[in-house]
Ligand binder design. Sequence first.
Ligand code: PLP
Length: 392
Amino acid sequence: MMNATEKLAAARAQFPVTKRLLYLDSAHQTPLSTNVRAAIEEFLSEGHEMGGPKPVWLRRAEETRERVARFFNAAPNEIAFTKNTSEGLNIAANAVPLEAGDNVVLIEGDHPNNAYAWLNLKRKGVEIRFATLKDDEIATAETFRPYIDERTKVVTLSHVTFHAGQVHDLASIGKLCKDRGIYLVVDAMQSVGVVPLDVKALNISVLAAGTHKGLLVPQGLGVLYVADGLDELQPAYLAMSSMANPPADYIARPEDMVVRKDAGRFEFGNVNLPDLQALSAAIDLINSVGVSDIQKHVSALGDRLIAHLDELGVQLVGPRERGQRSHIYVLALPVDKWADYFARNQVRVSPERGGIRISFAMFNTLEDIDQLAKVIRKGLNEESLAATVQAD
Ligand SMILES: Cc1ncc(COP(=O)(O)O)c(C=O)c1O
């Protein structure tokens, strides 16, 4: 039996990118692991040499659905496959029964892919309310309470924010929503695969995520959880795969428009089979460490980063407290000066609205953080960069 350190080392060995660069950008996109690449190559060989067979791919997709469901403590019939987070959130926005005068509460500055899905409902007379929050604060039930009234039908937010790395308190928000009969719709794009998520314990109604960050596969596949029993949530789009009785002769009959009862009612048409095959391999890799140990690991990397930042005099944009942050850290370093500097030093990071975003995954190490600190220190010795860092 390997201990946690050995498991993390074995996982790191699966990511050849770590030999070439200091990859601190998993919140942007995951680098591919060797086993995910092998799964995609297997799919390509099967398609290339044998033309599938598709029934085998579909059976594997159903196995992957079960594995994804276990990830969230959901049942397989509560999982639909989509294209990305945006599609899942738009499916939710158009499935919830909303009338003119109803309202939806979001957080100002949350990911635009969630905001637009709901803002689009203004055409139907739905009111969109924005709760405000500072970058170093996390959202709790109290953040939303002042914005909620008897016409509030939906509260929606990211679990982990892309722009400051806050881990919002879904437990208290879920409880508030349950008590008030409000749907809780969660964008888990940044948290999935990194922070444990129990949709039942958190009273989540709908959860949407893409799979190209913490779920370690290339872009083009999303997962959507829709809680069993929310039968009033009905799909805006239909295809044969959404129907309870798909016609065996492929002739659509207007007299039978009954849709599936499970989350499959929100799936339309073929799904991304190569990515699903990759996702199964990715889940193997994630499970080889375990999401809760991944979270502990990235939080410990964050502790080390914060200690370095304090010593270097560099401010953190998001929260400092453990539990309020996970793998995303934005450094208050002006993007126009520092983005190039990091690129020149083979450090992969992202420009963000508050500065330079550093993000971790299971394959990063404490040595990576020490290496990053060295690079920042070297930058601070360059006159043009030093001038950009404000003292307290
Ligand atoms: C919180 C959040 N939501 C959504 C997205 C992306 O949406 P999509 O999966 O539709 O491309 C991102 C980042 O890419 C994100 O950070």
